[in-house]
Design a protein around this ligand. Structure first.
Ligand code: SF4
Length: 251
Protein backbone atom coordinates (compact mmCIF):
# COMPACT_ATOMS: atom_id res chain seq x y z
CA UNK A 1 0.00 0.00 0.00
CA UNK A 2 1.14 3.58 -0.49
CA UNK A 3 0.03 6.42 -2.72
CA UNK A 4 -3.69 7.04 -2.85
CA UNK A 5 -6.01 8.85 -5.23
CA UNK A 6 -8.05 10.16 -2.30
CA UNK A 7 -7.52 13.91 -2.65
CA UNK A 8 -7.27 14.77 1.06
CA UNK A 9 -4.52 12.27 1.83
CA UNK A 10 -1.25 11.37 0.14
CA UNK A 11 -1.04 7.72 1.17
CA UNK A 12 -3.13 4.84 2.44
CA UNK A 13 -1.77 2.38 5.02
CA UNK A 14 -3.96 -0.70 5.01
CA UNK A 15 -3.54 -3.33 7.70
CA UNK A 16 -7.09 -4.65 8.01
CA UNK A 17 -9.31 -6.61 5.64
CA UNK A 18 -13.02 -7.08 6.16
CA UNK A 19 -15.74 -5.07 7.84
CA UNK A 20 -19.52 -5.01 8.26
CA UNK A 21 -21.91 -2.33 7.16
CA UNK A 22 -22.74 0.38 9.67
CA UNK A 23 -25.75 2.20 8.28
CA UNK A 24 -26.98 3.63 5.00
CA UNK A 25 -23.71 5.37 4.19
CA UNK A 26 -22.06 1.95 3.72
CA UNK A 27 -24.46 0.59 1.10
CA UNK A 28 -22.13 1.31 -1.84
CA UNK A 29 -18.90 0.72 0.11
CA UNK A 30 -16.02 0.93 -2.33
CA UNK A 31 -13.77 -1.28 -0.19
CA UNK A 32 -16.37 -4.04 -0.12
CA UNK A 33 -16.62 -4.10 -3.91
CA UNK A 34 -12.83 -3.99 -4.35
CA UNK A 35 -12.36 -6.79 -1.81
CA UNK A 36 -14.81 -8.94 -3.74
CA UNK A 37 -13.35 -8.25 -7.17
CA UNK A 38 -9.90 -6.80 -7.97
CA UNK A 39 -8.44 -7.57 -4.53
CA UNK A 40 -10.17 -10.92 -4.00
CA UNK A 41 -6.84 -12.81 -4.09
CA UNK A 42 -5.01 -10.38 -1.83
CA UNK A 43 -4.05 -11.97 1.50
CA UNK A 44 -5.98 -9.37 3.50
CA UNK A 45 -9.22 -9.66 1.55
CA UNK A 46 -9.42 -13.27 0.36
CA UNK A 47 -12.74 -14.76 1.52
CA UNK A 48 -13.86 -11.61 3.31
CA UNK A 49 -16.87 -11.07 1.03
CA UNK A 50 -19.63 -13.21 -0.41
CA UNK A 51 -21.70 -12.60 -3.51
CA UNK A 52 -25.45 -12.01 -3.25
CA UNK A 53 -28.02 -13.40 -5.70
CA UNK A 54 -28.02 -9.97 -7.33
CA UNK A 55 -24.27 -10.27 -7.94
CA UNK A 56 -23.21 -7.73 -5.34
CA UNK A 57 -20.20 -8.38 -3.10
CA UNK A 58 -20.92 -7.94 0.60
CA UNK A 59 -18.73 -8.35 3.68
CA UNK A 60 -19.04 -11.65 5.53
CA UNK A 61 -18.51 -9.77 8.82
CA UNK A 62 -15.09 -11.32 9.45
CA UNK A 63 -12.13 -9.04 10.03
CA UNK A 64 -8.48 -9.91 9.43
CA UNK A 65 -5.49 -7.94 10.71
CA UNK A 66 -1.92 -7.93 9.43
CA UNK A 67 0.25 -8.08 12.54
CA UNK A 68 3.48 -8.57 10.58
CA UNK A 69 6.38 -6.26 11.37
CA UNK A 70 6.70 -5.54 7.68
CA UNK A 71 3.19 -4.10 7.53
CA UNK A 72 3.30 -2.31 10.86
CA UNK A 73 6.67 -0.70 10.07
CA UNK A 74 5.83 0.47 6.54
CA UNK A 75 5.55 4.23 7.32
CA UNK A 76 8.96 4.11 8.99
CA UNK A 77 10.47 3.73 5.53
CA UNK A 78 8.81 6.93 4.30
CA UNK A 79 11.22 9.67 5.27
CA UNK A 80 9.42 12.70 3.81
CA UNK A 81 6.21 13.91 5.54
CA UNK A 82 3.02 12.30 4.29
CA UNK A 83 -0.69 12.52 5.06
CA UNK A 84 -1.62 8.93 5.73
CA UNK A 85 -5.17 7.58 5.72
CA UNK A 86 -4.99 4.63 8.13
CA UNK A 87 -7.03 1.60 7.06
CA UNK A 88 -8.83 3.27 4.17
CA UNK A 89 -10.28 -0.14 3.22
CA UNK A 90 -11.72 -0.99 6.65
CA UNK A 91 -12.80 0.49 9.97
CA UNK A 92 -10.03 0.56 12.58
CA UNK A 93 -12.60 0.71 15.38
CA UNK A 94 -14.69 -2.24 14.25
CA UNK A 95 -15.56 -4.32 17.30
CA UNK A 96 -13.47 -7.22 15.99
CA UNK A 97 -10.29 -5.14 15.97
CA UNK A 98 -8.71 -5.46 19.44
CA UNK A 99 -7.35 -2.32 21.06
CA UNK A 100 -3.98 -4.10 21.18
CA UNK A 101 -3.88 -3.77 17.40
CA UNK A 102 -4.68 -0.06 17.61
CA UNK A 103 -1.89 0.20 20.19
CA UNK A 104 0.53 -1.40 17.71
CA UNK A 105 -0.47 1.18 15.11
CA UNK A 106 0.01 3.97 17.66
CA UNK A 107 3.56 2.71 18.32
CA UNK A 108 4.42 3.26 14.65
CA UNK A 109 2.68 6.64 14.58
CA UNK A 110 4.64 7.74 17.64
CA UNK A 111 7.88 6.64 15.97
CA UNK A 112 7.17 8.64 12.80
CA UNK A 113 6.40 12.23 13.86
CA UNK A 114 7.16 13.50 10.34
CA UNK A 115 3.81 12.09 9.15
CA UNK A 116 0.21 13.13 9.84
CA UNK A 117 -2.17 10.21 10.33
CA UNK A 118 -5.87 10.36 9.54
CA UNK A 119 -8.06 7.89 11.39
CA UNK A 120 -11.63 7.70 10.16
CA UNK A 121 -14.39 5.58 11.63
CA UNK A 122 -18.11 5.01 11.67
CA UNK A 123 -17.65 3.52 15.16
CA UNK A 124 -16.86 6.83 16.83
CA UNK A 125 -18.10 5.74 20.24
CA UNK A 126 -15.55 2.93 20.33
CA UNK A 127 -12.87 5.34 19.11
CA UNK A 128 -13.73 7.73 21.96
CA UNK A 129 -13.56 4.87 24.45
CA UNK A 130 -10.11 4.00 23.11
CA UNK A 131 -8.85 7.58 23.31
CA UNK A 132 -10.17 7.96 26.85
CA UNK A 133 -8.48 4.78 28.03
CA UNK A 134 -5.15 5.07 26.19
CA UNK A 135 -2.07 6.78 27.57
CA UNK A 136 0.69 8.64 25.77
CA UNK A 137 -1.22 9.04 22.50
CA UNK A 138 0.82 10.65 19.72
CA UNK A 139 -0.05 14.19 18.65
CA UNK A 140 0.36 13.56 14.89
CA UNK A 141 -3.10 11.98 14.58
CA UNK A 142 -6.34 13.56 13.44
CA UNK A 143 -9.28 11.57 14.76
CA UNK A 144 -12.18 11.45 12.33
CA UNK A 145 -15.82 10.40 12.27
CA UNK A 146 -17.73 9.73 9.09
CA UNK A 147 -21.31 11.03 8.84
CA UNK A 148 -23.31 11.26 5.63
CA UNK A 149 -26.54 12.70 7.03
CA UNK A 150 -27.88 14.52 10.06
CA UNK A 151 -28.83 11.45 12.09
CA UNK A 152 -25.33 10.01 12.02
CA UNK A 153 -23.76 13.42 12.61
CA UNK A 154 -25.89 13.78 15.73
CA UNK A 155 -24.78 10.38 16.93
CA UNK A 156 -21.05 10.71 16.17
CA UNK A 157 -19.99 14.34 16.58
CA UNK A 158 -20.51 14.22 20.38
CA UNK A 159 -17.89 11.45 20.40
CA UNK A 160 -15.51 13.77 18.53
CA UNK A 161 -16.28 16.42 21.10
CA UNK A 162 -15.08 14.05 23.83
CA UNK A 163 -11.86 13.44 21.90
CA UNK A 164 -11.33 17.12 21.12
CA UNK A 165 -11.90 17.93 24.79
CA UNK A 166 -8.92 15.73 25.60
CA UNK A 167 -6.71 17.96 23.45
CA UNK A 168 -6.72 16.02 20.17
CA UNK A 169 -7.44 17.23 16.63
CA UNK A 170 -10.61 15.99 14.96
CA UNK A 171 -12.35 15.95 11.61
CA UNK A 172 -15.67 14.98 10.07
CA UNK A 173 -15.93 13.24 6.74
CA UNK A 174 -19.33 14.20 5.33
CA UNK A 175 -18.97 11.70 2.53
CA UNK A 176 -20.81 10.15 0.95
CA UNK A 177 -23.23 12.95 1.71
CA UNK A 178 -26.61 11.27 1.31
CA UNK A 179 -28.70 13.84 3.17
CA UNK A 180 -28.39 17.33 4.63
CA UNK A 181 -26.67 18.02 7.93
CA UNK A 182 -28.02 20.80 10.09
CA UNK A 183 -24.70 21.88 11.60
CA UNK A 184 -25.19 22.75 15.27
CA UNK A 185 -23.41 25.71 16.95
CA UNK A 186 -22.28 23.48 19.83
CA UNK A 187 -20.34 21.27 17.41
CA UNK A 188 -18.15 24.14 16.21
CA UNK A 189 -15.58 23.90 18.99
CA UNK A 190 -15.20 20.15 18.56
CA UNK A 191 -14.12 19.99 14.91
CA UNK A 192 -10.93 21.19 13.22
CA UNK A 193 -11.64 20.08 9.67
CA UNK A 194 -14.64 18.99 7.57
CA UNK A 195 -14.44 17.10 4.28
CA UNK A 196 -17.55 17.10 2.14
CA UNK A 197 -18.24 15.01 -0.94
CA UNK A 198 -21.08 13.49 -2.89
CA UNK A 199 -21.20 9.79 -3.67
CA UNK A 200 -19.50 8.74 -6.89
CA UNK A 201 -20.08 5.77 -9.19
CA UNK A 202 -22.99 4.49 -11.23
CA UNK A 203 -25.10 3.79 -8.12
CA UNK A 204 -24.56 7.24 -6.60
CA UNK A 205 -27.39 8.67 -4.59
CA UNK A 206 -28.91 12.13 -4.72
CA UNK A 207 -26.73 15.06 -3.62
CA UNK A 208 -27.60 18.72 -3.44
CA UNK A 209 -24.93 21.41 -3.78
CA UNK A 210 -26.81 23.38 -1.10
CA UNK A 211 -25.70 20.75 1.47
CA UNK A 212 -22.07 21.51 0.64
CA UNK A 213 -22.68 25.25 0.67
CA UNK A 214 -24.22 25.23 4.14
CA UNK A 215 -21.30 23.09 5.36
CA UNK A 216 -18.83 25.54 3.85
CA UNK A 217 -20.64 28.45 5.49
CA UNK A 218 -20.59 26.70 8.88
CA UNK A 219 -16.84 26.23 8.46
CA UNK A 220 -16.22 29.83 7.42
CA UNK A 221 -18.23 31.14 10.37
CA UNK A 222 -16.36 28.97 12.84
CA UNK A 223 -12.79 28.96 11.50
CA UNK A 224 -12.98 25.29 10.57
CA UNK A 225 -10.91 24.10 7.61
CA UNK A 226 -13.15 22.89 4.79
CA UNK A 227 -12.29 20.47 1.99
CA UNK A 228 -14.74 20.05 -0.85
CA UNK A 229 -13.97 16.68 -2.39
CA UNK A 230 -16.47 16.45 -5.21
CA UNK A 231 -19.95 17.12 -6.47
CA UNK A 232 -22.12 14.24 -7.68
CA UNK A 233 -20.08 12.57 -10.41
CA UNK A 234 -19.29 9.14 -11.80
CA UNK A 235 -15.61 9.25 -10.88
CA UNK A 236 -14.16 10.22 -7.48
CA UNK A 237 -12.71 13.73 -7.54
CA UNK A 238 -14.66 14.86 -10.60
CA UNK A 239 -16.24 18.31 -10.30
CA UNK A 240 -14.37 19.33 -7.16
CA UNK A 241 -14.87 23.10 -7.34
CA UNK A 242 -17.05 24.96 -4.89
CA UNK A 243 -16.66 28.74 -4.53
CA UNK A 244 -15.19 29.60 -1.13
CA UNK A 245 -13.86 26.13 -0.35
CA UNK A 246 -10.41 26.37 1.20
CA UNK A 247 -9.13 22.90 0.44
CA UNK A 248 -5.50 23.70 1.02
CA UNK A 249 -5.91 25.83 4.16
CA UNK A 250 -5.42 22.93 6.55
CA UNK A 251 -2.26 21.53 5.03
S1 SF4 B 1 -17.45 1.14 7.78
FE1 SF4 B 1 -16.23 1.74 5.97
S2 SF4 B 1 -15.24 -0.14 5.27
FE2 SF4 B 1 -16.89 -0.73 6.68
S3 SF4 B 1 -18.64 -1.14 5.33
FE3 SF4 B 1 -18.79 0.99 5.99
S4 SF4 B 1 -17.78 2.18 4.39
FE4 SF4 B 1 -17.15 0.04 4.13
Amino acid sequence: MGKTNISWATDAWNLIGGCSMQGAECVNCYAMQMAGTRLSNHALYRGMTRQTAAGKHVWTGDVRMDWSREALDQPKHWRKPRWIFVCSMADLFHVKVPFAFVDAIMDTIRATPQHTYLLLTKRSLRMAVYVQSATNLPSNVIWGASAGRHETAQERIPNLKTIHGLGHKTFVSYEPAIGPIDWQPEWAGAIDWIICGAESGNQRRCFETAWAESTRDFCLENQIAFWFKQNSARLPGQDDYLPGANNTAWR
